[in-house]
Design a protein. Sequence first.
Length: 196
Amino acid sequence: MTPVETFHDHPLPPGQRERPWRPVHYGRVPRLDVQRWSLTVGGETRDGGMTVLDRLALHALPWVEVEARLHCVARTSTPPLRWGGVRMRDVVELAPPGEDAGHVLLAAARGYAACVTLADLVHPDSLLATHVDGRPLTPEQGWPARVVLPHLYGFKGPKWVAELTYHHRPQQGWWESRGYHPRARVAHEERFAHQD
């Protein structure tokens, strides 16, 4: 299948400087079995149930490539990277949220989690990425899948993602509980919670 590509100009946003990509993570890189990996969607779902999406279900979705920088809250940005995977909005359509669920907790291996708005998750450039620059992600880069939200700081897109849970109200993820901004929009320089 031919990829659908969306490419944009990539000026550095306010307060950022460019630095080569060097994957950073909290703790050790987990050892995951890609044959057993799946994405669980639950919480305030439309049907009240839980959906488990395995690799086959996700691979059936349209493949997309999005060229975007990865922005660190510590004021550095990568050169543009070519992310490949499936749109998060297509994932959400497979297991939709309930009517009043406007927030999503993204949980990953090793207890990491981040909370985003549903609107940010289904942004046209938001991906469940499995590839970067034409190659599968390495374990250090987030293999077998990571969330890429180019308009938010990188801490909002967990590597090794495993669960998506819909909520009516914002939740405290790993970074949010440590004083980082609950929305984290790069264009607004939303770095820390005290900025609200």
